[in-house]
Design a protein around this ligand. Structure first.
Ligand SMILES: *Cc1c(COP(=O)(O)O)cnc(C)c1O
Length: 354
């Protein structure tokens, strides 16, 4: 592996893998032997190191905890049948991470720290990548404010970290989704396009209330009319209506620019689909359901991959689907898995070898 970054590496004395099997593991519960850390101080990034995964010690005044300057990413690494390790489109996550950083007045992370740091960490913990269908190594980059003063202003100091979690599937059964018409996730001019901690804190009450009604998650709508569809929890949303793929456009900054969304748009176009990125209202979806042209609904995101939706609920309308008939989602999922597990050639340059 070619890297330029000089990282101080402290290895674990004995691997935690000796006591853990990577078969049938849940999502995001176990962490590999090592983590990456870097500090931002006096206008520069320093102290880039890889060390044993361990607790952090901070004062209770840590700025990130009070005022929410905290951003993250989610990326996956896979192993092929020959044991070679690959990361799926990490450069796209690197770019998005820095877009999130700028929106929250945080410093950007240099490409060599983000990319080389992540690659070196994964190379060190390569045998933590599960080799099993629906399993992968989930990579979690994180940056948060570390000043310890109680004034509301951008912090002067930050910590950047990467941790690795060998993971199984995020959702194991098709999801039931409630269209949200009370709470709002994102508005134009807000922070919806950034992967920042506050967006998820803000989303939890809506998800909790939806769960009380028998749903798994909500499909967010715009904050003014609660009519225009945005996205689901940690996933973008895709509809197949009368043979055309339709997904909400991201131009207003109220929908996360998903790497999976983008990959799926490319794959759908290669499959011959017209893909429309545009405003789509819940009324259009209900009308298409009622006239029989709404063929498939699925979510797409790194954690959940391609998640068929078994039911959409909007006010008193319940729209169940037969997910076994979702030909497009099933074909996409197979093709996507074939790419990520290197069973077909990577014609897009999406797989970055470790
Ligand atoms: C991470 C995330 C997605 C999916 O983005 P990917 O790049 O495909 O993982 C979609 N919506 C939200 C709100 C997210 O946080």
């Amino acid at each position: 592996m070619e890297t330029t970054l000089d990282i101080n590496i402290t290895r674990v004395e004995s691997s935690k893998l000796n006591d853990l099997s990577l078969e049938n593991i849940p999502f995001g519960k176990y962490f590999s032997n090592h983590m990456l850390e870097a500090d931002y101080e006096n206008g520069e990034w320093k102290n880039v190191e890889i060390k044993p995964y361990q607790p952090l010690i901070f004062e209770p005044t840590l700025a990130a905890l009070h005022y929410g300057q905290s951003i993250f990413e989610g990326i996956k690494a896979y192993k092929d049948a020959d044991g070679e390790a690959y990361i799926f489109r990490p450069y796209d996550n690197f770019v998005r991470f820095n877009i999130s950083a700028e929106r929250l007045c945080m410093p950007t992370v240099p490409e060599e720290i983000f990319m080389d740091g992540m690659k070196q960490l994964i190379a060190l913990d390569k045998n933590w990548i599960p080799f099993r269908e629906n399993h992968s190594l989930y990579i979690r980059p994180l940056m948060f404010a570390t000043d310890t003063l109680l004034g509301v202003r951008p912090s002067d100091t930050y910590k950047f970290m990467v941790m690795l979690s060998p993971s199984g599937p995020y959702y194991t059964t098709p999801m039931k989704i409630a269209v949200e018409s009370k709470y709002t996730r994102a508005v134009k001019g807000g922070v919806g396009f950034s992967k920042n901690a506050g967006n998820y804190a803000n989303s939890m009450l809506a998800a909790k209330e939806a769960k009380e009604k028998g749903y798994d998650q909500v499909l967010w709508t715009d904050g003014f009319e609660h009519k225009w569809l945005q996205e689901v929890g940690m996933m973008n949303i895709m509809f197949i209506i009368d043979g055309v793929a339709v997904t909400p456009d991201i131009s207003e900054g109220t929908v996360l620019n998903g790497v999976t969304r983008n990959s799926i748009i490319v794959m759908l176009q290669e499959m011959g689909f017209t893909v429309e990125q545009r405003k789509i209202s819940i009324d259009e979806v209900v009308a298409a359901y009622k006239n029989g042209t709404l063929q498939e609904v699925f979510g797409c995101g790194t954690a959940a991959t391609i998640a068929p939706i078994a039911e959409l609920g909007y006010e008193d309308v319940r729209m169940p689907f037969d997910v076994d008939s979702f030909k497009t989602a099933i074909a996409l999922r197979k093709h996507f898995d074939d790419i990520r597990y290197s069973r077909v050639p990577d014609t897009h340059g999406w797989m970055v070898k470790i």
